[in-house]
Design a protein around this ligand. Sequence first.
Ligand code: BES
Ligand code: ZN
Length: 592
Amino acid sequence: MHHPDPHSYYDSSQPKARRLRLKLGVDFAAKRLEGEVVLEFGGEVKGALDLDTKGLDIRGVQVPGHGPVPWELGEPDTILGSRLRIDAPEGTREIAITYATSPEAMALQWLDPEQTEGKVAPYLFSQCQQIHARTMVPCQDTPVVRVAYHAEVTVPEGLTAVMSAGPAGDEATRDGRHVFRFLMPQNIPPYLLALAVGRLESRDLSPRARVWAEPETVEAAAWEFAGVEDMILKAEALFGPYPWDRYDMLVLPPSFPYGGMENPRMTFLTPTLLAGDRSLVDVVAHELAHSWTGNLVTNASMEHFWLNEGFTVWAERRILRILHGDDAAALGWAMGQKALEDSLDRFKNEPHLTVLRLHLEGIDPDDAFSSIPYEKGARLVAALEREVGEDKFLRFIRDYIDAFRFTSITTEQFCAFVEAKLPGALAAVNARAYLDQPGMPATAPTFRSAQLDALTALANSWVDGGRPSARQIATWKASELQVFLQKLPRQLTREDCAWLDEHFQLMGRGNYEILVDWLTLAATADYEPAFPRLREVLLRVGRMKYLRPLYGALGQHPRTRALAREIFAAASPGYHGLSRRVVQSVLEAYPA
Ligand code: BES
Ligand code: ZN
């Protein structure tokens, strides 16, 4: 018995599934998927086969041509769920399971019409990363098992289904519903399975890219992301031809718990990116970059998550540098530095969660999530790049992607590859300090520009009365204002807040990064004029990146703590299960 992934019951002495054939019936009234999955194996399955499930109602297991076979569901583990052990007769090459999901399935959020833009139809979306695919489909839910898939999704008439796959036709059913077919011919880790169902429309952005959204926002989305083809071209120039055929995007309702999710052929995006000025498209650059780093070359388990995210942050900033120049990239690194410091502070009593090569036996990967694999990881990649030089490093990255395409690898495999291709480079940058030691190495690369230095100096002079000039106020780009806000002292006075709001019109900002940085400062300062806007944002948006700092900042004063508890009581039924958990943990850490 061998379990290569601490978050899966997958046993590497058993065969791997190679393809899934899925049939899903979407039942909004019961908040359930009625499912059937056929797992196709490369070789013969004989005897025990272990799958991951969580909260699934298993109705029957069959081997086609053989009939029902014995199975047993193990004791549920709070993190892993229940092992489904199937006893496969000799000659088994396919296993068919009928099941239903639970209304509490963590991968699925079922939205009432009021939670959508149009307010007339319900909506369903999935989010399987890290280990929630098992709440939607019984499977070997570990990235070391990669599968192609077919799917048939039946939805109420009038709604549209999209998946992380290519469309393969749709038609009305005889019982007045509508079936959508999908085909994902390339193998993907299960966490990239994705489904959304709602009132959806699309707009083409280029021959290979389109954006989907509710009809009410689709035009705004098409405008915001109009530059995506240019981004794909820039990414291809760096990393080689785009390997997934189409690059489509879906703009979700505001409760989507992340900024973006790199579901192949259908990136999922939060509507908070629709700033109206294209100032937040770096998230698209990030999700697009995952097409190479993450989706093509994948972390073998969540213990190696930095291989996905560290490389992707580095790649995202490389793309931005080509599109918008060195200053823009330096500001990106500065915002990342702030996120990194916040995460190091959050984990100051859990230093084992600040290393890149994690050890997560018994630890929920959602609890280990932070900016550390992103930003510490990207700094290790950048250190290697500086060590060997940009051109040589880019050749190395292309070799790396080529060598491991469509596979899932460990940190140890990565290191062996670097050692073979760039001998001595790991030691020269002291890679061990990033991989195995907590905190940040003193030798980590820093990123500066004259513009960033000026913003930092100005923010540091705030306590001595330094203020942005009228010209700066009028001409700063969103990223400059954001960095300035992030570099201000954390504890401002109410007069400071009033000055900032009056001069920068912060309360009405459409750029959520700026709005949330501002509201975090205002909440910390117990600045009452910001309370209505805070309430509005927290009731509307479920993105965890925003909920954590906002609820955290509200913990400073008795009256803001009361406000936070009151807002959470009203907002939590609309939050995604993951977001609800994060906010609960923040509120529990408030002083009594
Ligand atoms: N893959 C992540 C989102 C994710 C991480 C989902 C872990 C579930 C578990 C995605 O690529 C991501 O990193 N999104 C960021 C975007 C940012 C770094 C530009 C986000 O959501 O904020
Ligand atoms: Zn990412």
